[in-house]
Design a protein around this ligand. Structure first.
Ligand code: ZN
Length: 191
């Protein structure tokens, strides 16, 4: 594929993705400012040019890069700067990896990001049901996500996605309270 078509295709994907993150994110009550800043590091040279090199069009360029090189510099750069990725919330690699519960706003932004990624790459074929299936499959891979966060992601897929958007912000407020109480208890368990 011609270099210029890859550049335009990639730019288009970023913009369409940001549009859908904004769409789902607003339904989840995330601030406009936070949503506008979403994934801006994709415009940094280290992320941008690697993504052009491994451009796929209908899926992320990160997995093919990891396949070719064993790792991805773009992903290393991205996950370290964007707290809406659960990989950001891990530590202590010398002693088996500690999982940290994601702050509530980061969790909501991740859910918007996941739905938006599905919607961007699958287009009209995407649905909340297909997104639920994706999550069920991902869970079987045992991802490095704190159990408290997993519990709330499950609730999102069980409850939110079956309900019209008008209810989302109400649910969000309830969810925020219980989730933050869980995290508080977790953080003070050594007191
Ligand atoms: Zn991101």
């Amino acid at each position: 594929m011609h270099m210029l078509s890859k550049i335009f295709g990639h730019l288009r994907n970023i913009i369409v993705h940001k549009y859908w993150v904004y769409h789902f994110g607003r339904k989840l009550g995330i601030s406009r400012w936070r949503l506008l800043k979403h994934d801006l590091s994709k415009f940094s040279p280290i992320e941008f040019w690697e993504s052009i090199k491994f451009y796929q069009g209908t899926s992320s360029p990160i997995p093919p890069c990891k396949k070719a090189n064993g790792y991805s510099n773009a992903w290393q750069h991205h996950k370290g700067r964007n707290p809406h990725h659960y990989e950001y919330w891990t530590d202590n690699y010398d002693s088996g990896t500690t999982l940290i519960p994601m702050p509530f706003e980061c969790l909501c932004e991740m859910l918007a990001d996941w739905c938006a990624a599905g919607r961007t790459y699958q287009g009209k074929d995407w649905s909340f049901i297909s997104q639920c299936d994706w999550w069920e499959n991902k869970k079987t891979l045992n991802p490095s996500i704190h159990p408290l966060t997993i519990k709330r992601i499950d609730l999102f897929f069980d409850k939110y996605v079956r309900n019209p958007f008008e209810w989302w912000v109400e649910y969000r407020d309830d969810l925020k309270l219980v989730y933050e109480r869980d995290i508080y208890d977790w953080a003070h368990k050594y007191d």
